[in-house]
Design a protein around this ligand. Sequence first.
Ligand SMILES: *[C@@H]1O[C@H](CO)[C@@H](O)[C@H](O)[C@H]1NC(C)=O
Ligand SMILES: *[C@@H]1O[C@H](CO)[C@@H](O)[C@H](O)[C@H]1NC(C)=O
Ligand SMILES: *[C@@H]1O[C@H](CO)[C@@H](O)[C@H](O)[C@H]1NC(C)=O
Ligand SMILES: *[C@@H]1O[C@H](CO)[C@@H](O)[C@H](O)[C@H]1NC(C)=O
Ligand SMILES: *[C@@H]1O[C@H](CO)[C@@H](O)[C@H](O)[C@H]1NC(C)=O
Ligand SMILES: *[C@@H]1O[C@H](CO)[C@@H](O)[C@H](O)[C@H]1NC(C)=O
Ligand SMILES: *[C@@H]1O[C@H](CO)[C@@H](O)[C@H](O)[C@H]1NC(C)=O
Ligand SMILES: *[C@@H]1O[C@H](CO)[C@@H](O)[C@H](O)[C@H]1NC(C)=O
Length: 871
Amino acid sequence: MTQRIKSSLHFCSLRNLFLTILFVTFVSAQFSEKMTAADPCTSKVNCRDCIQTQHCAWCMSSDFGSDKPRCYQPDHALQTYCEEAFTVNPDTEYHVEINRALTVNQAGMSGGGGTMVSGGSVFANSSSGSSYYGRSSSESGGYSSIKGSSSSSSGGYGSSSSSGGFSSSGGSYSKSEGITQIYPQKVNLKLRVNEPHRIDFSYAQAEDYPVDLYYLMDLSKSMEDDKEKLSTLGDSLATEMRKITSNFNLGFGSFVDKVLMPYVSTVPKKLKEPCDGCAAPYGYKNHMALNQNTNKFSSEVKSAKVSGNLDAPEGGFDAIMQAIVCRDQIGWRSQARRLLVFSTDAGFHYAGDGKLGGVIAPNDGECHLDNGVYTHSSIQDYPSISQINHKVIEQSINVIFAVTASQIEVYNKLSQHIEGSSSAVLSADSSNVVELIKEEYSKISSVIEMKDNASNDVKITYYSSCLNGGKPVQTSKCSGLKVGQSVEFQAEIVVTKCPENPADWNQLIQIYPVGVNESLSINLTMLCGCGCESEGPMFEKHSPKCKNHGDLKCGICECDNSFFGRHCECSSQDASANTEFGNCRADKNSTIECSAKGTCICGVCECDKRSGNEIFSGKYCECDNFSCDRYAGQICAGPDHGSCVCGKCECKHGWTGGACECPASNDQCMPPGPDAEICSGHGTCECGKCVCKATDDGRFSGKYCEKCPTCSGRCAELKECVQCQMHKNGPLYPDGCAENCTHFSPTGVEKVVIDESKGEYKCVFYDEEDCKFTFKYYENITTGQILVEAEEKRECPPKVFMLGIILMVIGAIVLIGLALLILWKVLTTIHDRREFARFEKERENARWDTGENPIYKQATSTFKNPTYAGK
Ligand SMILES: *[C@@H]1O[C@H](CO)[C@@H](O)[C@H](O)[C@H]1NC(C)=O
Ligand SMILES: *[C@@H]1O[C@H](CO)[C@@H](O)[C@H](O)[C@H]1NC(C)=O
Ligand SMILES: *[C@@H]1O[C@H](CO)[C@@H](O)[C@H](O)[C@H]1NC(C)=O
Ligand SMILES: *[C@@H]1O[C@H](CO)[C@@H](O)[C@H](O)[C@H]1NC(C)=O
Ligand SMILES: *[C@@H]1O[C@H](CO)[C@@H](O)[C@H](O)[C@H]1NC(C)=O
Ligand SMILES: *[C@@H]1O[C@H](CO)[C@@H](O)[C@H](O)[C@H]1NC(C)=O
Ligand SMILES: *[C@@H]1O[C@H](CO)[C@@H](O)[C@H](O)[C@H]1NC(C)=O
Ligand SMILES: *[C@@H]1O[C@H](CO)[C@@H](O)[C@H](O)[C@H]1NC(C)=O
């Protein structure tokens, strides 16, 4: 822009300079408008909002100009925009807190990937020194192995072989707590909204990992044979499991149902012994806590007595809940693969069914075991499926539903709703139970699925290439895993939005393999706030910089209730009408205060000053007095004509028009002389000039529309006076002539000659005597005088004897009439004669005498009466 101004100064013309300034103002206004539209940062007025917007940085410098936004895009802004020390632009921070190495046995090395660790060593390097700071790995370059990300740590793989807590040849661990299957275990992560970060972690199943198996059995009457079989299979079960792990614990529990109608018969006799050789019914009983003494299992199963109940479904859910939550009584170890085998041949009661027996209190999910017996069986309802699922996740238990073929469909569906559970068909007498458990265990342990408990504001996506190598794909599940093989995962963590409550900005998120009580804890700190809002040099309570009416936070003032303004200098009492800062904006949507031509001070715009006598004005500085229409280079045609008010000319008296360039009166359109009409009556006066119109007579022109070469002009008006004055006839002669024809007297000429260039008109008329008389006239515009020249002689036609013609006509008509009459008479006479002659001739030719008419009859007749005899 400066370049442009410089180059135009070259021309040194004032006009050019002015135009350039106008242009620059225009362009820069357009430019800044565009910037605000594209840049989400500039509209953010405090640090917190700024930081919560992607790619925005905040400048907390105290002497920061008020004309530029504090919230800006650091990439776009110049380095000098804000001093580094005052820039608030927190970045992703990643720091591994606990990174004990994975526990993998030497034997596992053969099949595993490159990240195997020998010796099963244990590191507890949890100092902050072993840290890794950096931008999110997704930005800095994709997939990197754990080795890469922990390369700066002092511990890690490099020195792992030097120390070993366990003998590499040995099959058992002295302390199960030392086993680590997920790496790393704890990380600190600071993240800003919408800036993804990838965390690398890996999982490896430790060899000889302890297994806890609790066998939960339906002991209703129908399961009697199963129980018998299981008691014989107990030893082989233990033997098979020992092959998998040397550290195997086995437990046994059983259930029937709530001892209430309608689940079991409450007839006293039946209560004691519901069936032959049966034990009294019960809810759930823990016969044998988990322990290594597997021999005891067979005898416990054998000694357990079956019982009886009424309805088909059993109270298995009560038993599952207790078996899961009673950690101590059941004896679940904190580090072990936990299997809960649930074997039944019937359906299950679940939440709500308790109401049939009058139990309405919901299940509280707590342990209620007394001496191994469930005490709240008839006090609390059955748990719901989701309650069980919740507890299963909490306690990392894998439930195996071993059910008979008739029930498998129901339990298949149930297992879909319980994390880490599976179902399998149990033969009628449970003879396949050992195979089943072995199979399910290997299924469970060969699949690894990662889950997390992140809240809605955080999105975690998993990537892994599993065991295939190559580029990781989005998946949280890998299968086909063998003991000792390590699987690498990446978790991409994105904070989608900042939670409203600042207390939620710090979250502990756990990423855990399903069914394993181990996890990667992510201490996630969402970078949603600015530290300078509560501490540091840019924070000051009741700061003098804020006129003691507010706190200085991140360089800006946060004013107390009744104060406002950039430095809290405005009190709401001072400007009761202008209570909002927003008063400086023309409309709510506008981000520009005072139309960018002023500063907002206490809710009132103070408009910028300009050089010369140009000013901005208006409530939002939206007006100026220099951008009005111009006439002849002067605003509003110069101060004599009008003044510029808010972009519009306000004209002085006597002037009108957009730039006050037109006189308001019609004087300039009045032709001189008396009785003058505006524009001679042939046009309108516009802006002091006649605009002539075309009439039927013709087109008018001239300054006053007085000219009309094609018009008949004033001939008709002058005609009578010419007649009476020149030819002594016409309607005015003799009485009105002197009186009415005063404004001109015609000059007699021999022959009228027209000079059209002078505006002379020729007039030709015929008078009553049919004589043609000719004259010309010429109007002197300045004086309004009319000069008329008339031909002295009329051209008259020769006189005609009218009476003679009339008489001749009448005579001719009479003669023709007479001739016609005579002709008619002659014709009729000839005709009559001919008729008479013919009549005569016919009379002569008549054959009869005139006296003998053949049709004549005598008036009298005689008739004879034959019967008259003459008497
Ligand atoms: C990490 O562990 C190793 C091996 O135990 C030890 O030599 C080192 O000093 C530890 N580093 C820190 C920072 O504690
Ligand atoms: C999981 O293991 C930790 C120790 O590694 C233990 O404190 C915790 O109680 C265990 N959780 C469960 C549900 O067993
Ligand atoms: C995830 O689980 C851990 C351990 O149970 C808990 O401390 C943390 O608060 C949970 N996180 C969320 C976001 O619920
Ligand atoms: C999480 O990290 C913050 C600082 O980064 C720390 O103050 C806090 O104590 C950590 N929380 C946990 C549970 O480690
Ligand atoms: C302000 O913006 C809203 C939504 O963007 C729109 O509905 C409204 O008409 C705008 N108001 C003005 C005065 O432009
Ligand atoms: C603008 O207004 C100011 C103050 O009223 C006046 O002095 C100046 O002459 C005006 N300028 C124009 C161009 O009308
Ligand atoms: C002539 O003048 C007289 C008196 O001024 C007036 O009454 C009369 O109408 C006029 N005649 C014509 C034809 O204008
Ligand atoms: C009109 O009349 C004035 C005054 O009699 C005279 O000076 C002038 O020359 C005349 N104009 C024309 C065009 O004849």
